[in-house]
Design a protein around this ligand. Structure first.
Ligand code: SF4
Ligand code: SF4
Length: 359
């Protein structure tokens, strides 16, 4: 692993230069909140943002995605036959994604790309994306990522990890994809050698590894909230499912779905056909286990008829079923969005501790 130091004075020009080979996506402020979207020519990612309102999962798992188009007009040549919708899987770079949000893509990948099932839309979109991540020097009060096998400087799911350091970004190059983007941005020499570089000690005599480790330790020490889920795995599903606390936990829940839509690791979706006149599309749309229609059967029976059962499902899935099925921790990266945005102050950290300790 190599590290280069990028002077912030050349950052914007480099980002713009990389546009010759990549579509660029980054955090931008729209009205009150930041969101990730494709950057227009000349538009820069806001590298000072705190957190985006919605997670960047829509980069590979859009809120609504057209899979097929069809024509019901019998005079049309291929009427009543589903045609693949046009897609653009040319290389793209997402700049400024937080390390825990990048880690969430690995969690989604377990669901959308495994030995039993590969979702081609997800697989193609994920594979064509390069993750140029930005470490979090000052985590906010909702962040509990260090409890969730990730953290503000986690480099395990990124192609480049940028660390904001005075007038520079220290760029840890984690993969060949990351190096290719740095080359395209002109931050390295043409043949991919590290230029003006820092692979240990910089020209100024600074030990770059030590600086990054220190910034990382500082950032992690600012994260005060912790969760424990070690005992959840040992307990039986029914013990937790039938625990007496669920109706109390869910009492205030509005089943509004804010937590699921803002979450980087929630993956539920629904497929619908929409027809307008004789033309139609088949779409994949985000759905939420919090809504009554999500599980309603064609007979009208709903196995999760009560609102508190739907609330229980969300936490059982994230904290129990996922652990049991994949043995890879919990289905949460501790980004804190659901805690910050829930209108009823329902806090996954408290619920996790209750499930763990049976309080
Ligand atoms: S937990 Fe909060 S955000 Fe989630 S559905 Fe209930 S009220 Fe809405
Ligand atoms: S459950 Fe909440 S804290 Fe965990 S990843 Fe989802 S939004 Fe973030």
């Amino acid at each position: 692993m190599k590290i280069i130091k990028i002077d912030k004075k050349i950052w914007s020009d480099g980002v713009e230069k990389s546009r010759d080979s990549y579509r660029l996506i980054g955090p931008v402020k729209d009205r009150e909140f930041h969101q990730f979207r494709e950057l227009a020519k000349g538009e820069q990612p806001d590298m000072n943002y705190k957190n985006s309102r919605l997670s960047p999962k829509s980069i590979a798992f859009p809120q609504s995605e057209t899979m097929f188009i069809y024509d019901l007009d019998e005079k049309a040549e291929e009427h009543h036959i589903m045609q693949d919708a046009e897609k653009d899987y040319s290389p793209r770079a997402v700049i400024g994604i937080r390390p825990y949000d990048a880690k969430a893509f690995k969690i989604l990948d377990l669901n959308f790309n495994n030995s039993d099932y590969q979702d081609p839309y997800w697989v193609n979109a994920y594979n064509c994306t390069t993750f140029i991540s930005l470490a979090v020097n000052s985590p906010d009060k909702f962040d509990f990522s260090t409890s969730c096998a990730t953290g503000p400087f986690d480099d395990s799911a990124v192609d480049v990890l940028l660390v904001d350091y005075n007038d520079s970004y220290l760029a840890k190059i984690m993969t060949d994809k990351g190096l290719a983007w740095l080359n395209a941005a002109g931050f390295t020499t043409k043949n991919g050698e590290i230029d003006g570089a820092v692979t240990g000690v910089s020209e100024a005599g600074e030990d770059i590894y030590e600086i990054i480790e220190k910034l990382k330790a500082d950032a992690e020490s600012k994260i005060r909230s912790k969760i424990s889920f070690d005992k959840i795995k040992e307990k039986s599903i029914l013990d937790i499912f039938n625990a007496p606390f669920w109706e109390d936990i869910a009492f205030a829940c509005l089943n509004c779905g804010t937590c699921t839509y803002s979450c980087p690791t929630c993956w539920c979706f629904d497929i619908q056909d929409e027809t307008n006149g004789r033309k139609g599309i088949r779409q994949k749309n985000w759905d939420s286990c919090m809504t009554p229609l999500f599980t309603v059967h064609a007979t009208g029976h709903n196995p999760r008829h009560n609102d508190w059962e739907r609330t229980r499902q969300r936490f059982m899935h994230k904290l129990k079923y996922f652990q049991d099925k994949y043995n890879q921790g919990i289905m949460c990266v501790g980004c804190g969005r659901c805690v910050e945005q829930c209108p009823a102050n329902i806090d996954i950290r408290n619920i996790c501790n209750q499930m763990n300790n049976g309080e």
